[in-house]
Design a protein around this ligand. Sequence first.
Ligand SMILES: NC(=O)c1ccc[n+]([C@@H]2O[C@H](COP(=O)([O-])OP(=O)(O)OC[C@H]3O[C@@H](n4cnc5c(N)ncnc54)[C@H](O)[C@@H]3O)[C@@H](O)[C@H]2O)c1
Length: 257
Amino acid sequence: MRLSERTAVVTGAASGIGRATARRFAEDGASVLVADRDGEGAEAVAALLREDGFAARAAAVDVADEASVAAMVEAAIAWTGRIDTVAANAGIMVEGSILSVSVANWQRAMDVNSTGAFLTARHALPHLVKSAGTLVFTASTVALAGMKGIAAYAASKGAVAALARQLAADFAEHGVRVNAVAPGAVRTPLSESQFRARAKDDAEFEALLGQVIARYPLKRWCTPEEIAEVILFLATSRSAWITGQILPVDGGLLELR
Ligand SMILES: NC(=O)c1ccc[n+]([C@@H]2O[C@H](COP(=O)([O-])OP(=O)(O)OC[C@H]3O[C@@H](n4cnc5c(N)ncnc54)[C@H](O)[C@@H]3O)[C@@H](O)[C@H]2O)c1
C-alpha cells in the first residue's frame, strides 16, 4: 500500500470518478478527504468508507470559490497535518456549440472546470512541496481531440491539460509530479445527464448511449473504477518517472480510429 501514512484530497468525490477514486485511495492506505459541492453526498461517501474501516472525512467545497478551496485544504491539514496527493477532479458538463452556448454557461464551465482546477492546485501545492507529493487532474479526451457540440466544456478541459503541463514544469524541482487523466466516455451521472435530457424515454436513452459506444474500439462504457485505478497509478510511486503527461484512458478512441 503506497498511500499508507499519506493524506489524499479528492474533489468531486461525492459521485462518479471522484467517489471511485476516494475509495481506491482509501484501499491503498490513504486518509482521504472526500470533498464535494454536495456536502451531504460527500459525508455519505466518507461514512461508507469509515464503515469499511478506512480513514475518511468529508468537506463541503465549491472549487470555483477561493475561500472555500482554502478552507478545504486547511481542513485536511487540521486533520492529519499533511497533504500527499490531490485528485483535482470536480467538474461539470456544459453542452452546446459556440453558436448555441450562452456566455453565462461558457463562464460556468470555465469557473468550475478551469478556475476550480487552478484554485485547487494553487492552495494544495505549498503542502505538496513539503511532502514531495503528486497532483492528478481529471481532464478529458476533448482536451486532446475535437468533438462536436461541447465547445465550452472542451475549452475548459484544454485549460486543465495545459495547466497540468505547466505545473509539472514549475514544480519538478520540488519533487512534485503533476499529471492528468483524459477519460473517454465513463458512465456516471455527468455523462448520463447529457442523454437523459435528449431522450424521450428509456429506449431512446439506451439507444443514445449505444451510439456513443459505437465510436469506441473497445465498444463499451468505461467504469469510474477504471479511471480511479489510473488516477491511483499517477498519484503514487508506481508512476515515479512520469510527470507532465495527459494520459488518455479512452478505450482506444483517440489512437485507433
Ligand atoms: N463521465 C465522463 O464521461 C467523463 C469524461 C471525461 C472527463 N470527465 C470528468 O471527470 C470528472 C468527474 O466527472 P464524473 O463523470 O464523475 O461526474 P459526476 O457528475 O458523477 O461527479 C462530479 C462531482 O463533482 C461535483 N462538483 C461539481 N461542481 C463542483 C464544484 N463547483 N465544487 C465541488 N464539487 C463540484 C459534483 O457535485 C459531483 O459530485 C469531471 O471533471 C468530468 O469533467 C468525465
